[in-house]
Design a protein around this ligand. Structure first.
Ligand code: IVH
Length: 715
């Protein structure tokens, strides 16, 4: 069992034994040592995966793990289903066994409209009679793969897919590899019942999904269309070692059956609490509601937050809180009468590709863009989607005129997922990347799957892209200088090089289509007001290959002045946190390039003034920043800040924003409806700040919080 004490687990003390341990070990001492190792490994895994605060190195962990594995091999009788060694996968199966579910795994009645939601609520109220208040628990509807987890005497003994709801496929070995799935329930707060069947959703987080797809494409294998397919695909591997290599996660939301144990939950809310106490992650962002109005409000709220989450949700699930009341309402042949899924508008739709247009970005990469018949995706009208590169168009075999499925996930650019077959319909010829740059006519070259225009200085499309990036929010933040205006300034000859931007006057702008006196004056003023600018923003705005906002910040902190950075050698650059050899080569190459250097000199000759960041007193620590060394987690909705703006200001002041609360978190900033993170912070004794307290902290630390929010408020 874990040795949890007080605020969290304390790692038990197993240390690797000397090289000759095997000679002396008998069965009894093996059993003891195995138990000690398992407990230690469980604690460290918990510290690593749940608390995000590892206490030993990967090598130390691996040494303990290998010792355990060797002992289990030598003494087969000490093997156990909940041993941490079971997480790495087992030899491949021939096929999955069929598993009868403990209780039928029903599906939910669902609809995306308010009308149906109201009917559901009416039915529930009528069913319960007037005397009883209908109280609901609202949870996000996770878009993953549903699983049943069965624990006997606290040990995970079986896991299965939903299948037809009555029977599923036994995927126990695969589920054991998911770090968030407890192989043994925690018992420090709440004893494990004799028998427990749980239902949850296996998901893949969006970031992990994108990385997996990149890996697959690199290995010449087909990527997954979305995180749900990736999760379901990983669960259906006959070789659980493959599953172990896929970044899966789980949320648990239902107690299907429970026997033995004295503290049986009587409501859904208590159920979620119990799930957490047993060491499994319950659905986040759950709340109670007792009217349709509150449900509508929560639905709207989560729809707004949907793009900020790092996993896919496709609606909210409304469940009657009281479990006894559920019993009375019962089930239809397919659905429980006590639950309903109020879906979000779909983010995946079928539409037609009108044309495929090559588009040249600021780095010269030519991206094929599908121009679409406009379609609503999750509340946003989409008329363009990226086809990524030449090889993707071939792989997906997308041609002009085809019907395609398009998707918007998170806040990423819409993508064309696949072609929808139309038997009998004649198709256009396969699309071909042009041989010459559609913007400047330069001959294009191939770089792996990408196609590139190397005419970076004269190519209008690239210049317009660079202006747009230079003016973007993380860079000089010039309001009113977006994609369209950037293009116009270039095509009308007002800007031939970046420094020209600072020479533009109102009269020139008024002469252009789409500019009135007011908008012309505003743009000139915005350009003028963009200087002085912090070094990190200027660096980011230069668009040096590989240098994103974070690296720009670290470089600015490390060198303090542009002069010092420009003088740095490749080797010196590699001494900056997060800068590898490839990046160092790009940065040094950029500053050594004669035309780029001349451009930089021009910008700095009276046009742009840099607010230089103080160099760190000891290189690497970046010391002295107001929030240096402090870790923040944000949860719930803030009124006056977007997540992005809050993160930006914490970053800018030297703090760090992480996604989960752990013992190393310093502050949890909680907005309305904070959910499980607040609970967790409370348990760990971490200070929770509301919005005002957060702003006060910024004030105390000498930060101008207004500056952090500028441009974000009232948006
Ligand atoms: S409760 C009988 N809660 O949505 C009710 N389901 O058909 C049990 N789902 O495949 C389901 N998030 O796997 C519940 N918070 C949540 C959920 C959820 C996702 C899935 C479920 C099922 C589908 C609805």
């Amino acid at each position: 069992m874990y040795s949890f004490s007080g605020t969290g687990p304390v790692a038990a003390g197993a240390r690797p034994l000397g090289p000759d341990w095997k000679e002396h070990m008998d069965r009894r001492s093996a059993q003891e040592r195995v138990e000690e190792l398992r407990e230690t490994l469980r604690c460290h895994a918990h510290l690593y995966f749940v608390e995000d605060a590892p206490e030993i190195s990967d090598e130390e962990y691996d040494a303990l793990f290998s010792e355990l594995k060797e002992l289990e091999e030598r003494f087969p009788e000490v093997r156990a289903p909940d041993s941490p060694t079971r997480r790495v996968g087992a030899p491949p199966l021939e096929s999955f066994p069929t598993v009868d579910h403990v209780v039928d795994m029903l599906s939910l009645d669902s609809a995306p409209d308010e009308e149906t939601l109201r009917r559901f609520d009416d039915r529930v109220r009528r069913g319960l009679g007037d005397v009883e208040l209908a109280e609901y628990v609202l949870e996000p509807k996770l878009d993953g793969a549903s699983v049943e987890l069965v624990y006997e005497a606290g040990v995970l003994v079986r896991a299965s897919t939903r299948g037809d709801g009555v029977r599923g496929e036994g995927i126990t070995e695969n589920v054991r590899t998911i770090p968030a799935v407890a192989l043994r329930l925690r018992e420090d707060v709440r004893p494990a019942p004799d028998f427990l069947a749980l239902r949850g959703e296996v998901i893949m987080r969006i970031g992990a999904f994108q990385e997996l797809n990149e890996r697959l494409v690199e290995a010449d294998r087909a990527p997954f269309a979305n995180p749900r397919n990736a999760a379901a695909g990983a669960l259906r591997q006959l070789d659980s070692r493959v599953t172990a290599s896929r970044p899966l996660d789980v949320f648990v939301y239902d107690i299907l059956a429970i026997e033995g144990g004295d503290d049986t939950p009587g409501t859904q809310w208590e159920g979620l609490e119990a799930i957490r106490e047993w060491g499994l992650p319950p659905t986040e962002m759950a709340r109670c509601a007792s009217s349709v109005e509150e449900i509508l409000e929560h639905h709207a709220e989560l729809l707004k937050r949907r793009d900020d989450l790092d996993y896919e949700i496709d609606g909210i699930v409304i469940k009657l809180n009281d479990l006894a009341a559920r019993e009375r309402l019962g089930v239809t042949s397919h659905h429980p009468r006590w639950a309903f899924a109020y879906k979000f508008p779909a983010r995946k739709e079928v539409t037609r590709v009108l044309r495929i247009v090559p588009s040249v970005g600021r780095t010269g990469v030519v991206t094929p863009i599908a121009m679409l018949r406009p379609v609503e995706l999750g509340g946003v009208t989409v008329s363009r989607a990226s086809l990524h590169n030449r090889e993707e168009v071939v792989r997906k075999d997308i041609r002009e005129g085809d019907r395609v499925r398009v998707q918007r996930a998170g806040d990423v650019i819409p993508q064309v997922l696949e072609r929808v077959e139309e038997p009998g319909r004649e198709r256009a010829e396969p699309w071909r990347m042009p041989r010459h740059c559609p913007s400047c006519g330069f001959e294009l070259v191939e770089r792996g799957p990408f196609t590139v225009c190397l005419n970076s200085f004269e190519c209008h499309a690239q210049l317009a892209g660079r202006i747009q990036h230079f003016a973007s929010r993380g860079a000089l933040d010039i309001v009113g200088l977006g994609e369209e205006t950037s293009r116009l300034l270039v095509s009308e000859g007002l800007v031939a090089r970046l420094p020209d931007l600072f020479e533009i006057d109102e009269d020139q702008l008024v002469a252009l289509e789409g500019f009135a006196e007011k908008s012309a004056a505003n743009l000139v003023e915005a350009i003028r007001a963009s200087s002085p600018v912090e070094l990190r923003r200027f660096l980011y705005g230069l668009g040096i290959p590989e240098v994103g906002a974070t690296v720009a910040r670290d470089l600015a902190r490390h060198y303090g002045t542009l002069e010092l950075l420009r003088a740095a050698s490749e080797e010196e650059l590699q001494g900056v946190d997060g800068v590898g050899p490839k990046m160092a080569e790009q940065i040094a190459g950029f500053f050594r390039h004669p035309r780029k250097a001349a451009l930089l000199d021009d910008l700095l000759a009276g046009k742009i003034q840099l607010l230089e960041t103080e160099p760190a007193p000891d290189a690497g620590s970046g010391g002295g920043a107001p929030l240096e060394g402090l870790r923040f987690v944000f949860t719930g909705a803030l009124d006056r800040w977007t997540r992005e703006a809050a993160k930006e200001v914490v970053d800018a002041l030297g703090g760090r924003v992480t996604s989960s609360v752990s013992r190393s978190t310093d502050y949890l900033v909680a907005g309305s409806d904070p959910g499980s993170k607040a609970q967790r912070a409370h348990e760990l004794g971490i200070e929770v700040l509301d919005e005002e307290a957060f702003e006060a902290l910024l004030g105390e630390r000498g930060a101008d919080s207004e500056a952090g929010r500028s441009g974000e408020l009232g948006a």
